[in-house]
Ligand binder design. Sequence first.
Ligand code: HPA
Length: 250
Amino acid sequence: MSETLAIIGGTGLTQLPGLTISKAHDVQTPYGSPSAPILEGELDGYRVLFLARHGHPHRIPPHQVNYRANLWALQTLYATDVIAVTAVGGITRNMATGALVVPMQIIDYTHSRESTIFEGDLSTVTHVDFSYPYTESLRQLLVHSAKSANEAVINGGVYGATQGPRLETAAEIFRMEQDGCDIVGMTGMPEAVLARELKLNYAGLSLVVNPAAGKGEGVITIKQIEENLADGMERVKRILHVAVDQFYSQ
Ligand code: HPA
């Protein structure tokens, strides 16, 4: 089978409008069930798989997402490429609320998550290369798609993945900034490395929905996040439509 694009939707993107669903796959994996049935359908005439990372309705917190099952299930359905949509907090100055980012690097601060498929009763030990955690060609596809959709995106930046589900302290964000992080979210890892282990191309599209802790006025409210999500995800969807089109026409 030729290439198939999968989209993992995060907070604010539990459905993909325009997707004509032909099947909802209940995939069982060696790691259990994915977050939700994987929707197979057509978007603008092209075969696309869609998975709601937090379930549909949104009910699984970031630290309890079964990332291994999610990625395994997508691969079982012959996904070759995965676009991962995430909502994030903005740390550095360019990462203003509302900005869309196609990150280039990751720093992983998560812990106690099941973060590899290479464990258990193995005959060999595997260490995947993860120097460049995102697939450059898929990153570029997102950047070009945004341009065609007339949506500004920031090409690059470091995604700091935190454990959650609580938000960070201002001191933690200060430390993350010193480390080189530009944005902060709770789902970027181990999703990216599992994609790499499963040999899936993988790139992220992140929407900044709040200034990270200590970077804005006062505390972070869910109301503020939700308001920014609603508007931003409309722009994300416009980019995804173009990305699907460009992916299958390349
Ligand atoms: N921190 C971590 N994850 C997030 C944030 C944040 O500020 N905003 C949205 N997801």
